[in-house]
Design a protein around this ligand. Structure first.
Ligand code: PEP
Ligand code: MG
Length: 826
């Protein structure tokens, strides 16, 4: 049977890869052959292949026809006619590329007039090394060569090599190799190469023509993600060409012999993995975007990386030492001594931060009075697990599995999911891992599921609500989790539950899947079952939920938006989105007490968990666990030790009785200050024997040290505050002393820092502008007139030579601290 649907393309950008993905997924449900014909240019392509659809070059307003031939043509016609009319025109939502904007660069660097190239930030960290250019391998060197293997033989060999590599690899590296195996078996790639060969082209030519065709198609896509796959195609093509032409010498080995920063137009993932990581310090790329596999690998291996830099801009600096700062998004060329010193200091400070955090990494999370509260990590992909545990995680409190399903054209199969869950469970050892089943839909759409476009996605078809329609997908995920559960302490958590009916349905599905596994003789492990508490209605029937599940985890991101009816992503109402609302705190209390009345475990895994300001309230609420992004774990463990749990409990109850958010904030502020804070004067902020070369270096180091000591979490901003004051008038007070100071929100613990220099530095252009003793005041804005009191007290003391001399000659940090304490009556 043959049917035809006529339609006009209403997509503003035509049928590029994203809508093609949609159409292909719908067509693939039918066994009939389905062909898209563009009546403007007469191009045709299979509607079951994304690359073919894109190849029809269908643009806005092109008249088209979908020709359906086969047994189920009737059913396909009915569905496709509606789909093309109602859904297809809506499926081309713009992909929002996050513009992170430029970071403000520190003045302690900018004052030295560095030669900088601004670049896109891809992987944080600072690198120093010799600039080495990675010359692109021209695939065309193979063009005239005769292959000694057939396509099938070459493919077989490359497949075996990749499988071997995958076995030795782990984490992201393994996932990327697996993705390359997928490309090697891609239908379009195989059909194209075979087609060219049967048309009489040499194998080399056939591969090159295929790469050119696929590249052209991908590059036309408006999806950055698809564009970035070009490098993966090139990678596979190179491997096929080299395998089929072993006699052609291509130097892919690019030997690094000293600490190096590699600059490249394109660097394929294999080429990246081929670089000696003992010497590879940083990467400068011309074209890579943040989802390119090379960049994902760079992040996994902690290699600082930036992109968007033209090779020519750096060409004349090849062989020279330079710096890359992946966090600031800069390349510093031809660094002067002062610029080099800035970066070396910054690298040293970063090391200090790491070392300071490592003190807390392996300490159990507990309050000052020994009350334990588990601090766990939120992760979105397998490779994060290992680094989360290295950062001190006491478990995985939220594994957002939906990320495994995104940015691809089909769902991961059972084996791929099993491997991912197993890898995380193995990384966890005997610690618990909470695997959240896919939270898809709403604000996290998946092209290939063809979920309807919704006006109100957060209240719509998402998470557990879509599972009945995509039952096979849900069962596959449950099978993979149950099988992986043999490898560790597995907790399964269902998102967006609002009724007992839903959780009972989930439990029935679990029983079905377990029965299937038992029937297949497939071994599986025990799990605990829990729900996310995101929808406020759950709080009213906690007693009923406690009969159904083993644990709860509060999704404060969604719970706040649903309680307050404030879209979490809408800037216009962002001011109303505040989890310090007394109503939210009371809801939190209801959930925690409801769970604990039945001895059930209850954690919290929204962003609120990492908000240190709110930490005493969360401790006071009596939560069993807080789960957060891994970098926040060590600082949270450190902060936790400052609080008394009973005092936190009293605070929480008092906060629940407040009328307004402002009242809660005032209460919190007063509480935080009443708790034993870090002392204003402490040896950890005294630096003696400093070899500073400039005022910039002094300020950079003193502020950086406050970051190391956990007294500020926003070093750059605090440094900007200090410089802002400095630009109004110099803080050099004469006689070799300077008191840079600020009263700021950017300091968590008010501090007096001291640096005694081995040689004076120029502080200002005045006659008396040299400084060899710096006392820096960074005082919290909320501490009344303390700032002026200390500043004027110090200024008065510094008039006296004996005071100055004592400070200059005291031998230890502790002596200086106790002298200042008594002299300033602090
Ligand atoms: C939450 O809602 O707090 C949560 C952790 O889930 P997500 O942010 O993934 O919606
Ligand atoms: Mg949520």
């Amino acid at each position: 049977m043959k049917k035809e649907v006529a339609f006009t393309c209403e997509l503003p950008n035509g049928i590029h890869a994203r809508p093609a993905n949609h159409l292909e997924a719908v067509c693939r449900q039918f066994s009939s052959d389905i062909t898209l014909k563009n009546l403007r240019n007469e191009n045709t392509g299979s509607a079951k292949s994304v690359l073919s659809l894109v190849g029809t070059d269908t643009l806005l307003n092109d008249p088209c026809s979908l020709i359906i031939e086969g047994d189920d043509a009737e059913a396909a016609f009915d569905m496709l006619a509606t789909y093309l009319r109602e859904e297809f025109p809506l499926c081309d939502e713009e992909i929002v590329v996050m513009d992170e904007g430029d970071v403000t660069l520190p003045q302690s660097l900018m004052n030295h007039n560095p030669t900088l190239i601004r670049a896109k930030r891809l992987s944080a960290g600072i690198a120093k090394g010799k600039l080495i250019r990675y010359n692109d391998i021209e695939l065309s060197v193979f063009e005239q060569e005769i292959a000694s293997l057939t396509f099938e033989q070459a493919k077989q060999q490359v497949t075996e090599t990749l499988i071997d590599k995958a076995e030795l690899a782990s984490g992201q590296e393994k996932e990327i190799i697996k993705a390359h195996l997928g490309i090697l078996n891609d239908e379009t790639l195989n059909e194209k190469v075979s087609g060219f060969v049967s048309n009489g082209e040499s194998l080399a030519k056939a591969i090159l023509l295929t790469v050119a065709a696929i590249t052209e198609t991908l590059m036309q896509s408006s999806s950055a993600y698809l564009k970035e796959r070009v490098l993966d195609i090139k990678d596979i093509a190179l491997q096929l060409l080299m395998t089929a032409h072993p006699h052609v010498e291509v130097t892919t080995d690019f030997t690094l012999t000293e600490p190096s920063i590699v600059i490249a137009n394109d660097l394929t993932p294999s080429q990246f993995l081929g670089l000696d990581r003992a010497f590879l310090q940083g990467l400068i790329l011309t074209q890579a975007g943040s989802t390119s596999h090379t960049v994902i690998l760079a992040r996994a291996f902690n290699i600082p990386a930036v992109s968007g830099v033209e090779i020519d801009a750096c060409a004349k600096h090849e062989g020279e030492t330079l710096f890359v700062d992946g966090g600031l998004g800069i390349v510093a060329l031809a660094p002067s001594d002062a610029v080099a010193t800035y970066f070396e200091r910054a690298m040293w400070l970063a090391e200090q931060v790491k070392a300071a955090e490592s003190e807390y990494l392996n300490l159990q999370a507990q309050t000052k009075d020994g009350h334990k509260i588990e601090i766990a990590a939120n992760i979105a992909c397998t490779v994060e697990a290992e680094s989360a545990f290295a950062k001190g995680a006491e478990g995985i409190g939220l594994f957002r599995t939906e990320m495994l399903f995104m940015d691809r054209s089909t769902a991961p199969d059972e084996q791929e999911q099993f491997d991912a869950y197993k890898e995380v469970l193995e990384a966890a050892g005997d610690k618990a891992v909470i695997i959240r089943t896919m939270d898809i839909g709403g604000d996290k759409p998946l092209d290939y599921l063809n979920l309807p476009h919704e006006h109100n996605p957060f209240l719509g078809y998402r998470a557990v609500r879509i599972y009945p329609q995509f039952l096979a997908l849900f069962h596959t995920q449950l099978r993979a989790i149950l099988r992986a559960a043999q490898y560790g302490h597995t907790k399964v958590m269902i998102p967006m539950i609002q009724s007992i009916e839903e959780i009972r349905w989930v439990k029935a599905q679990l029983e079905i899947v377990k029965a299937e596994l038992t029937n297949d003789n497939t071994p599986f492990g025990a799990i605990e079952l829990g729900i996310m508490v995101e929808i406020p209605s759950v709080a009213f029937i906690m007693d009923q939920f406690c009969k159904e599940v083993d644990f709860f985890s509060i999704g404060s991101n969604d719970m706040t938006q649903y309680l307050l009816a404030v879209d979490r992503d809408n800037d216009n109402v962002a001011k109303l989105y505040n989890s310090l609302a007394p109503s939210f705190l009371r809801l939190l209390r209801a959930v925690v007490s409801g769970a604990q009345a039945h001895d059930k475990w209850v954690g919290l895994c929204g962003e609120l968990g990492a908000n240190k300001k709110v930490l005493p309230l969360l401790v006071g609420a009596g939560l069993n666990e807080l789960s957060m992004a891994a970098p926040s774990i060590a600082p949270t463990k450190a902060a936790l030790r400052q609080f008394d749990s009973e005092a936190c409990k009293a605070l929480f109850n008092e906060a629940c009785d407040c009328a307004t958010i402002a009242d809660v904030e005032a209460l919190l502020e007063a509480f935080t200050q009443s708790q034993e804070d870090k002392p204003l004067l402490d040896v950890e902020c005294v630096l003696l024997d400093c070899d500073f070369n400039s005022k910039e270096e002094a300020i950079q180091t003193l502020v950086g040290n406050l970051g190391v000591r956990g007294r500020t979490h926003v070093v750059n901003e605090l440094e900007a505050d200090i410089w802002a004051r400095e630009s109004v008038f110099t803080t050099g007070l004469g006689n070799g002393f300077a008191i840079p100071h600020t009263k700021s929100d950017n300091i968590a613990h008010s501090s007096i820092s001291i640096a005694r220099l081995n040689k004076p530095v120029i502080w200002s252009d005045d006659e008396d502008g040299a400084v060899e003793f710096v006392i820096m005041l960074t005082l919290n804005k909320n501490q009344g007139d303390q700032h002026m009191r200390i500043f004027s007290g110090l200024a008065r003391k510094l008039i006296h030579e004996s005071f100055r001399n004592t400070l200059k000659t005291m031998t230890t940090e502790a002596e200086i601290i106790s002298y200042l304490q008594s002299e300033l009556s602090l």
